[in-house]
Design a protein around this ligand. Structure first.
Ligand code: HEM
Length: 154
């Protein structure tokens, strides 16, 4: 009887500790669910291509677009890397954003609601092209959408 009780106790403790372990397994971060840095980089490249082809972006992006047209890519590469770091950091990845804060980066541009929405649509098209699932897409848009107040009308 004692032996049975001992076996039962050991089994119960084992079961409880394995349940606990399962509870403690952290949920994958948005960064992981997006597919990490390679997937984010692919989306950012497509996003930049969409922005460059969007007539509503010409007003603010003209200086950058002119440089690219002249074969100078330093500035667009810096923007690309900043965006990858920003999205990586915001989604729980190991990247550290080293660019300007959003108010400073957009100061004096007087970006309108319509321009903001149009740029977000360029991002949505990029996310859709890479078939990013709705949950992850909405989570990322939620995080970036939260920056709107720092970007519009500065
Ligand atoms: C959630 C939305 C947005 C995010 C996350 C974002 C992010 C950024 C970042 C990280 C930079 C680079 C900062 C640096 O140089 O240190 C930047 C620059 C810039 N952003 Fe935005 N931005 C957003 C919306 C917009 C919108 C709506 C416009 C205009 C319609 C815009 C126009 C620009 C321009 C023109 C630059 C400077 C590019 C250059 O010439 O180097 N951004 N933005």
């Amino acid at each position: 009887m004692k032996k049975t009780l001992l076996i039962f106790s050991v089994a119960l403790v084992t079961l409880m500790s394995s349940c606990k372990k399962e509870e403690e397994t952290p949920a994958p971060t948005l960064y992981e669910r997006l597919g990490g840095v390679n997937a984010i980089s692919a989306v950012v490249d497509q996003f930049i291509a969409n922005v460059a082809a969007n007539p509503k972006m010409v007003r603010t992006f003209k200086p950058l677009l002119d440089e690219v047209a002249a074969g100078k890519t330093t500035r667009v590469t810096a923007l690309r890397n900043n965006l990858i770091d920003q999205i990586g950091q915001a989604s729980g990845g190991p990247q550290v954003y080293k660019g300007k804060d959003m108010v400073t980066a957009h100061k004096g541009m007087k970006i309108t609601d319509d321009e903001f929405n149009s740029l977000v649509n360029d991002l949505v098209m990029a996310l859709d092209k890479f078939k990013v699932p709705t949950t992850e897409k909405n989570e990322l848009l939620g995080v970036l959408g939260g920056l709107k107040g720092m970007i519009v009308n500065q």
